[in-house]
Design a protein around this ligand. Structure first.
Ligand SMILES: Cc1ncc(COP(=O)(O)O)c(C=O)c1O
Length: 314
């Protein structure tokens, strides 16, 4: 069990990130000059969408899936990106190239409704087109988490019904998740395990959540959590490799008694969970055998996807 604080976004320190070049609205500028207006809809209201993607051998893994989610989310909130997915790929590639990156890089692509004419909420005040920012950092997820795992605490904050704010929106406003993370931290854990409105185990504040019980892999129904690209890849991998996988309701009772638990997200791929609410999960120190197996399958899938993208461009 660990007592230091961790997060699923722990990365190895890289001094090159002090001197990054960042894409801001058509220009690539030094980090110190990378700013947006105080009137920006994203800054003022959290009115925007984002995607996190990783660069492997010059390709953004699962680029089409990420663009699908981004364009769907923006359509749902009438946010016109004003670019095609290929134009987005080009600006990301240009930003990565400005930083001399081909692998081990992580981008946060952010699209907001843009600068507003006045400091008020109405979307019609955002009259100047979207703001597009891409931060691409040198990034190697810390491998120490594999041997330790992350500590979760169940928190009162839920990711709720689509009628409040659909959990599928990867929105700039992360206040719901930030509150959950604060609650977890105050309970002495690293990250928050969030339930759904009915009390079933749902997701964490930053990743999707899986348990392994008696050789089966379980995750929530998907109704109240982010439609994570990594989540879907893990489900697909289980299906193609004859690992029984279920998207279903389950409670903390089953989570506490799981043989293994792990989180999924683009940044950390699959991160083992060491404990939930102070209860140790499974008999393993760090990642258990199913988590490790799925990690290997996922790594191979990323390589396959990258090779397919390279072949399509050749
Ligand atoms: C709340 C939440 N859950 C899950 C994820 C993981 O999604 P993905 O696997 O697409 O990175 C994210 C990341 O954007 C997130 O913010």
């Amino acid at each position: 069990m660990t007592t230091e604080n961790h997060s699923t976004h722990d990365a190895e320190q890289d001094a090159r990130n002090d001197d990054l070049m960042i894409f801001v609205d058509g220009k690539i500028v030094h980090k110190d000059q990378a700013v947006v207006s105080v009137y920006d809809s994203g800054f003022m209201l959290g009115d925007g969408m984002w995607e996190g993607m990783r660069l492997y051998d010059g390709e953004w893994a699962f680029f089409d899936e990420h663009m699908d989610r981004l364009f769907n989310s923006c359509k749902a909130v009438s946010l016109d990106i004003g670019k095609t997915p290929e134009e987005i790929r080009a600006l990301l590639n240009e930003t990565a190239a400005s930083n001399g990156m081909t692998s081990d890089a992580h981008c946060r692509l952010m699209i907001t409704r843009g600068r507003k004419a006045k400091p008020f909420q109405h979307p019609q005040l955002s009259r100047f087109g979207p703001t597009i920012v891409a931060i691409v950092e040198h990034s190697r997820p810390a491998t120490s988490l594999l041997g330790k795992g992350i500590r979760l605490a169940t928190v009162p904050q839920v990711r709720g019904l689509p009628t409040s704010q659909d959990a599928k929106f990867n929105s700039h406003s992360k206040l719901n998740c930030v509150i959950a993370c604060l609650q977890a931290e105050q309970a002495g854990a690293d990250e928050g395990l969030m339930l759904d409105p009915h009390g079933f185990v749902n997701t964490t504040n930053a990743c999707n959540f899986f348990i392994v019980r008696r050789g089966e892999v379980w995750t929530s129904t998907g109704d109240y959590c982010m439609n994570g690209v990594t989540r879907q890849k893990v489900i697909d991998l289980c299906r193609t490799n004859n690992i029984p996988v279920f998207e279903k309701n389950f409670s903390l009772y089953e989570a506490y008694g799981a043989d293994e638990a792990f989180l999924t997200g683009t940044f950390g791929a699959q991160t083992p969970v060491a404990e939930i609410d102070g209860k140790t999960i499974g008999p393993h120190e760090g990642a258990g055998p199913m988590t490790l197996y799925i990690r290997e399958l996922y790594k191979a899938l990323v390589a396959e996807n990258v090779a397919a993208q390279q072949a399509a461009r050749a």
